[in-house]
Design a protein around this ligand. Structure first.
Ligand code: SDX
Length: 393
């Protein structure tokens, strides 16, 4: 079977799971969700339609999509007492910590639907997470800036609701801009799934013990928060700002990255699987260009990012190591231009990745051959030895 290797210690180790959800060809820069090329979905679909596709395996009919959207929208409001949880966090608390705690709280408020082997429970919990996550992500942001929480509106789309919950205030309605809404539909589609990456593997691993979906997804949020993974979008913007604020030029910075002693990485570059251009980065770069041209400081940072990319892609160090921009390289520029602080960018990644996590967690539970995750090791420690009394040490 694919994905199995027999290590020299003579036992079979599952190097990966089998999945029918997302296909990646890292050498060719190909990404497909349930067989549909990411370029087509990014251009023609919506985030909620792609969520349906990832979870149920097929593009929905008009009626199916309307019913799905209604089911999700009717779960966008969270329990008033859960809302108060967000008031108990310090304003400086990182949004990913707040989001992870919020998801566990949501599970506590929906504790009657936790059985991973009960299809009705799994369906209800999936819709609840999809509906409540935008609200909780927006509340994590509002709480960090000390602003009042808004309520979702059934007459708005998923992305429209999310933007209004994040930026609207009782003082004035948030004015929805269709270019911004389209950009966020595309960004969330591009983040929706990516086969067995670190956080998705975490969601499947936790789910393999029959832990409930809330515990599994909260674990995925925690794995995603690392700067080598989803936290890279925040790290890219901090890197660009550092270069600007320290008066460095791109060539000096690239030279520093190539100097191994510096320990400095070109954040937003490189990938475990893509040894070619990440197809998502290509699409996001186009949106960044369209949205940022003509704005103020982000223009300068965008120009710097483009110069960094051009410099790296013409430099042997990066070429021989097959280091290309990944999904995180340009996203932060768009998020910041929308008004989100860098600490919030990875929570946006989590919001986009949620349907993929749900689809992968459900697939884990429908595989009749599944076993509890138990990675094996090759032991390289001390051979057997006897205990040494203290006075003999
Ligand atoms: C995501 O897996 C997924 O699908 C993840 C993701 C998803 O959608 O879920 O795509 C999202 O996490 C994207 C990656 C975001 N992270 C970053 O942008 C952080 C910066 N990138 C690196 O930390 C790194 O490229 C990784 C972690 C992404 C990948 O690491 P690898 O494949 O283990 O690469 P490596 O460490 O084996 O590096 C190979 C060589 C090394 O040099 P040598 O020892 O051979 O001399 O490339 C160098 C590395 O030092 N290198 C870098 C570099 N990334 C690798 N050098 C400078 N800058 C970098 N960013």
């Amino acid at each position: 079977q694919t994905g199995y290797t027999t290590l020299d210690t003579g036992y079979v180790n599952t190097a990966s799971c089998q999945s029918a959800i997302t296909y990646i060809d890292g050498d060719k820069g190909i990404l497909r969700y349930r067989g549909y090329p990411i370029e087509q979905l990014a251009e023609k679909s919506t985030f909620l339609e792609v969520s349906y596709l990832l979870i149920y395996g097929q593009l929905p009919t008009k009626t199916e999509l309307e019913n799905f959207a209604d089911q999700v929208a009717s779960r966008m409001m969270i329990d008033e007492r859960l809302k108060e949880l967000y008031r108990s966090f310090p304003r400086g608390g990182h949004p990913m910590m707040v989001l992870s705690a919020g998801i566990m709280g949501l599970g506590a408020y929906n504790r009657q639907y936790l059985d991973p082997h009960n299809p009705e429970h799994v369906e209800e919990a999936s819709l609840r997470l999809l509906g409540s996550m935008p609200t909780m992500t927006a509340y994590a942001y509002k709480s960090s800036v000390g602003e009042p929480f808004q309520y979702p509106r059934k007459n708005l789309s998923y992305v429209e609701n999310y933007l209004r919950l994040s930026f609207g205030t009782p003082m004035e309605e948030y004015e929805l801009n269709e270019d911004v809404v389209r950009a966020f539909e595309t960004l969330f589609i591009l983040h929706a799934d990516h086969e067995q990456n670190c956080s998705t593997s975490t969601v499947r691993m936790v789910g393999s013990s029959d832990a409930n979906i809330y515990a599994s997804i909260a674990s995925g949020v925690n794995a995603l928060s690392g700067p080598l993974h989803g936290g890279a979008n925040q790290a890219v913007l901090e890197m660009l700002r550092d270069i600007r604020d320290n008066g460095m030029n791109v060539k000096d910075f690239v030279a520093k990255v190539k100097d191994k002693q510096s320990g400095v990485k070109l954040m937003g570059f490189g990938h475990r699987v893509y040894k070619n251009y990440d197809p998502r980065a290509q699409i996001i770069k186009g949106h960044a260009d369209a949205l940022l041209r003509g704005t103020d400081n982000n223009n300068a940072l965008l120009d710097m990012a483009i110069e960094l990319e051009e410099t790296a892609l013409s430099d042997e160090y990066f070429i021989e190591r097959k280091l290309y921009p990944n999904v995180d390289f340009y996203t932060g520029l768009i998020y910041e231009a929308m008004g989100f602080p860098p600490s919030y960018f990875t929570a946006l990644f989590a919001l986009g990745r949620l349907p993929g996590w749900i689809a992968q967690w459900r697939e884990e539970h429908t595989d009749p051959a599944r076993k509890i995750g138990r990675p094996r090791q090759v032991y390289v420690g001390a051979t057997e030895r006897d205990y040494v009394p203290m006075d003999a040490r």
